[in-house]
Design a binder for this molecule. Sequence first.
Ligand code: HEM
Length: 130
Amino acid sequence: MTTVAMPTLSLYERLGKRENIEAIVEDIVAAHMINPIVKARFLPYLEQGEKLAHTKSLLVEFLCAGSGGSEAYTGRDMPATHRGMNISETEYMAVMDDIMEVLAKHNIDEETQKDMLFIGYSLRKQIIAQ
Ligand code: HEM
């Protein structure tokens, strides 16, 4: 029996490239704004339009660069970004829940959702209690 190698799409492609990643980031941030566990962390940014737009563009870059896109990430590393916030495990889980719900809503396939869960989980120690 011959096995035929299936063409493998990068995570970037499976997320729908930059255009869809931008839509995903919009929805993730919107979800954080109404998530009772973390909304207090994010609501103040609604009054700082420029700052919010910049943080969203950094999130887009982070996801694009980290998933195999050609975009460069120009933000800070994860410990530096979240330093002084003293983020709890519960808050980290709430953010991951928002991310996973948004990916499902965007009909991202299950394998890709698992990849994102793994990446998010692997970053937890750089984000919690910094
Ligand atoms: C897997 C989980 C997470 C990832 C991948 C992530 C990623 C990022 C990235 C890429 C930025 C922009 C970097 C920069 O400003 O230079 C950022 C900013 C931020 N993150 Fe996270 N984050 C995560 C979890 C969390 C959690 C759990 C919280 C709080 C509940 C949080 C709160 C924030 C806040 C408030 C900012 C804006 C920082 C500022 O004021 O400049 N993040 N995050």
